[in-house]
Unconditional design. Structure first.
Length: 366
């Protein structure tokens, strides 16, 4: 599993101690394996804990939404983000849970192959979740009380897909001839599906990070306290690491670009260069890496990592810069999805006052 990680050196399980060892123990207990998308964060232990909180309390923890639906959402988001590693892992898990190890997920046949119309609609909603235009997104095909868990999975995977695209190889599966690859996928589906069947109690990971206050762009999570707490605590940890790794004016420039991203075009690389051109030479490598990670992680090249290294960035700094950028992009997506038709949580739910404020703000803008 460690060999899947590139650009940074993860902490080996037999060398882990302190907070890293605690995350690793929970990961094996709850996920069944040392998952490389989590391992890659280990050079920055607080970011590792943040990643684990977001993943565990959305995808793995029990709640109102079944694990098979969550795995379909994770797979669809990963497909939309061009993250083949996560597609393989979570597509196999969904196929194993659905009893369709040789079917549409393993073969890549798309949502049209899902028999259950509710799961098919959910998959399409997740696949279009990252679209900037409301016209390109889908209305939420689930009741508001399912929003915290399902939007939580979407946000977690928009975050993870970006980190995986930068730091992991393309596939978790060993290189195999095409004639045997289907068999490897069927085996993976049976194993991953079996590991995913056990219920995981919500909230176990929260003790890994200190409490943090709720924030307005996380109002979608307040209906499920363990999800809300996970994202508030994780967001605080990653923000602090981002503040240490990137100057405020650089972070503000990147956030402005997230609010007004460039349209897809062949010359997009020049746009990224132009955004960082006015920064000092010492700031440009990390700023470019953050911007690429947020908007086009598949464009991150060895040269981008090397430029950051030449400027003094170590493994922890690389993880901090990319994690801050990934979560900034993912949280914007979550806030947009909440505004696509999910009402505020019921009065009396912790954080509901933030949701009411968001609703009033949107009404005023309209």
């Amino acid at each position: 599993m460690l060999t899947h990680v590139r650009h940074v050196t993860p902490v080996a399980p037999d060398a882990a101690d302190g907070p890293v060892a605690r995350v690793y123990r929970q990961m094996v207990d709850d996920f069944g394996v040392f998952a490389p998308p989590v391992l890659l964060h280990s050079p920055a232990p607080d970011v590792l804990r943040a990643c684990w909180l977001m993943l565990r309390e959305t995808l793995l923890a029990g709640g109102l939404v079944g694990r098979n639906a969550k795995e379909l959402v994770a797979t669809a988001v990963s497909e939309s983000n061009r993250c083949p590693y996560c597609v393989e892992v979570h597509g196999a898990t969904a196929a194993g849970l659905l009893g369709d190890a040789g079917g549409w997920l393993a073969a890549g046949a798309g949502a049209g192959g899902i028999g259950d119309p509710r799961l098919r609609a959910l998959t399409e909603w997740a696949r279009h979740s990252g679209a900037d235009s409301p016209a390109r997104r889908r209305p939420p095909p689930f009741p508001p009380e399912h929003g915290p868990e399902l939007i939580g999975v979407v946000v977690a995977f928009h975050y993870l897909n970006r980190m995986v695209s930068v730091f992991l190889q393309d596939s978790p599966l060993p290189p195999t001839p095409a004639r045997v690859r289907a068999g490897v996928r069927r085996t993976a589906a049976r194993i991953m599906g079996a590991l995913a069947r056990a219920d995981r109690p919500p909230g176990r990971s929260l003790e890994l990070l200190p409490p943090a206050p709720p924030e307005a762009d996380l109002v979608w999570a307040v209906g499920q306290p363990h999800v809300a707490a996970a994202f508030a605590r994780a967001g605080q940890a990653i923000r602090r690491r981002g503040e240490a790794a990137l100057p405020e004016h650089v972070r503000q420039r990147i956030l402005a670009c997230l609010a007004d991203p460039p349209p897809p075009q062949p010359g997009a690389g020049r746009w990224f260069d132009a955004v960082v051109a006015e920064l000092s030479p010492a700031e440009r490598p990390a700023a470019r890496l953050a911007l690429l990670t947020a908007l086009a992680p598949y464009r991150v090249a060895d040269a981008d990592i090397a430029a950051c290294r030449a400027g003094g960035a170590d493994d922890a700094a690389l993880v901090a810069v990319t994690a801050w950028a990934s979560l900034a992009a993912a949280r914007r997506i979550g806030a947009r999805l909440y505004g696509d038709g999910l009402g505020p949580p019921p009065a009396g739910v912790p954080g509901a006052d933030l949701a009411v404020g968001e609703e009033a703000s949107r009404a005023g803008e309209a």
